[in-house]
Ligand binder design. Structure first.
Ligand SMILES: [Zn+2]
Length: 194
């Protein structure tokens, strides 16, 4: 984790500490009530954008011990970065000025399994999702483990965002944004930086 801008480092430390609270079974988030929502009725100021899987087990606010107004979350199956997903993340960077973006992959991801089972074919179902994941398999690395595949895909998503989005790549180059790649282990609840 070299060269992380100070602000992003602070926010990342806070979220990793929150994850430790979750793991320890001692969550502290108190800003989950109607009063918090009222406070942010007409504005928001999240300090991180999180791209995570739609998987019901991967709930960023819970695993990072956060409440209302803290995270700008984009959830999509397999953290697949199609146009709407990229633009949603760009909104967080450009309009909300988040200093940190977390790409959060996870264990036992159904998208990775489906892609491995069907590569290199398109099945007529979930094709736009497969299109986002197959480039990782195209690299011909030895990907036998779904969890390793998910991590390689997370790395690829960062490369794709940097290549595709001027808003995101410029923010990173200007040190206004740091992208952290992370992975959730289901058996421990631990989010690790990869
Ligand atoms: Zn998943």
């Amino acid at each position: 984790m070299n060269n992380i801008p100070f602000k992003a480092q602070n926010e990342l430390n806070k979220l990793l500490a929150g994850n430790q609270n979750f793991v320890n079974g001692t969550p502290t988030a108190s800003n989950m009530c109607l009063n918090t929502l009222k406070k942010y009725a007409f504005h928001q100021e999240p300090y991180a954008a999180v791209l995570s899987c739609s998987d019901s087990r991967v709930v960023p606010e819970i695993i990072f011990d956060c409440g209302i107004g803290e995270l700008f979350v984009v959830r999509v199956a397999g953290i697949t970065a199609g146009p709407n997903v990229v633009e949603s993340l760009e909104y967080a960077v450009y309009k909300l000025k988040v200093p940190l973006m977390i790409l959060l992959g996870h264990d036992d991801c159904g998208v990775m399994k489906y892609a491995k089972d069907n590569y290199p074919n398109f099945t007529g179902h979930f094709d736009s999702i497969l299109k986002c994941v197959y480039p990782v398999l195209d690299k011909k690395e030895d990907i036998t483990c779904h969890n390793f595949f998910a991590q390689q895909h997370t790395i690829w998503v960062e490369e794709y965002l940097m290549k595709t989005s001027k808003i995101i790549s410029n923010a990173v180059k200007n040190c206004d944004l740091y992208i952290a790649k992370a992975h959730l282990d289901h058996s421990t609840g631990v989010v690790s930086i990869i």
